[in-house]
Design a protein around this ligand. Structure first.
Ligand code: NAD
Ligand code: IPM
Ligand code: MN
Length: 348
């Protein structure tokens, strides 16, 4: 029998609420299988910071890195909370994990499940994956400001893009496209961000030559947001930079029935470090503590994790149970726990 060491980071706001349901589903799907998830719980996030002043210590990071996979709820307090201004939990915890564990593929599938209440009148078959670069771009934190707080303030955020970093994520995206419908769209803003965009374009063209059966196209990010709403079924694999991928995947979540369904994996494909699975959404302070959050995104993130760990059968069972639950939704509100129970009971 196989033992998987899983680090669980419930985090803030609705994070612990949705993770409780994700763990319930993980228990249900592994109840009679020969794989056991040995879990370590890490209390990290805004509450921990406010209590101790720590965000993610070197010891925390080393302990987390010793696991086979990570399941995370959401981190971050109420936007604008003055007590957290100095802390920056998102940078100091979430991005620190993604960067330190070299999660260069941020995998964000978008699928319109039958029965999901999307906002589009005629959506077509939406089924695409955004391969968001996870370790570079404007997210690197390379910036600063001078004369801060004065009318003469200057603030810079430098986007760092390396040929090595782009090529590896582009290769991953092409390999994924080969296993899907063989269409790949690069999204960037090459008309304005000529240096970084030019390099992305050249690298995609070079790797494309090795994949003649993949149809490649390019969209500026502003136009991509139009097509995500007017014609989302045109997409198969989208490869894009860290910031564009962040924005596009919230939009993709909205058009496929809500951010409460959108799952993601922060993948280190080389397997040197544990990959981390989390819903695309945040800690949702506006609904936290009231059992209003949809745990499906966290549950589908468990399916992505199972798939990544080579447990395809378990992954499919979780996905099918979530799909069946979505298809059976009748618009009557259910609590977070009721949705988790319903999905878990389909696995019994
Ligand atoms: P958010 O995703 O938390 O919330 C946006 C909107 O979506 C809110 O109205 C919220 O109620 C709703 N929503 C989110 N998840 C939902 C769910 N499962 N079910 C039903 N509705 C849901 O984004 P935000 O308000 O911009 O950010 C709140 C905090 O979360 C901030 O501190 C932000 O930095 C952080 N954040 C963290 C992560 C993460 O941990 N991966 C991701 C995004 C934002
Ligand atoms: C996400 C979040 C994070 C991001 C923030 C909280 C750092 O929005 O996971 O999409 O921008 O990547
Ligand atoms: Mn985001």
């Amino acid at each position: 029998s196989r033992v998987v060491k899983l680090a669980v980071i419930p985090g803030d706001g609705i994070g612990p609420e949705v993770i409780a349901q994700a763990e319930k589903v993980l228990d249900a799907v592994t109840a009679h299988s020969d794989v056991t998830f040995e879990r370590t719980r890490f209390s990290l996030g805004a509450d921990r910071y406010l209590a101790t002043g720590d965000t993610l210590t070197d010891d925390d990071l080393a302990a987390i890195a010793a696991h086979d996979a990570i399941l995370l709820g959401a981190v971050g307090g109420v936007p604008g909370d003055p007590r957290l201004r100095e802390a920056n939990i998102e940078r100091g915890l979430l991005l620190k994990l993604r960067f330190a564990l070299d999660h260069y593929v941020n995998l964000r599938p978008s699928k319109l499940y039958p029965g999901a209440a999307g906002p589009l009148a005629d959506p077509g078959d939406i089924d695409f994956v955004v391969v968001r670069e996870g370790t570079e771009g404007p997210y690197v934190g390379n910036g600063g400001s001078i004369r801060t707080g004065t009318p003469h303030e200057v603030a810079n955020e430098t986007s760092v893009n390396t040929a090595y970093g782009i090529e590896r994520v582009v290769r991953y995206a092409f390999e994924l496209a080969e296993r899907r419908r063989r269409r790949l769209t690069l999204v960037h803003k090459t008309n304005v961000l000529v240096h970084a965009g030019g390099m992305w374009k050249r690298i995609v063209d070079t790797v494309a030559a090795e994949h003649p059966e993949v149809a490649v196209d390019y969209l500026h990010v502003d136009a991509a947001t139009i097509f995500l709403v007017t014609n989302p079924d045109r997409f198969d694999v989208i490869v894009t930079d860290n910031l564009f991928g962040d924005i596009l995947t919230d939009l993709a979540g909205a058009v496929t029935g809500g951010i409460g369904l959108a799952a993601s994996g922060n993948i280190n494909p080389d397997g040197v470090f544990p990959s981390m699975f989390e819903p695309v959404h945040g800690s949702a302070p506006d609904i936290a503590g009231r059992q209003l959050a949809d745990p499906t995104a966290a549950i589908l993130s468990v399916a992505l994790m199972l798939d990544h760990l080579g447990l395809q059968d378990e992954a499919q069972r979780v996905t099918r149970a979530a799909e069946a639950d979505i298809a059976a939704r009748d618009g009557n509100p259910r609590t977070t726990t009721q949705i988790g129970d319903a999905i878990a009971s389909r696995l019994a």
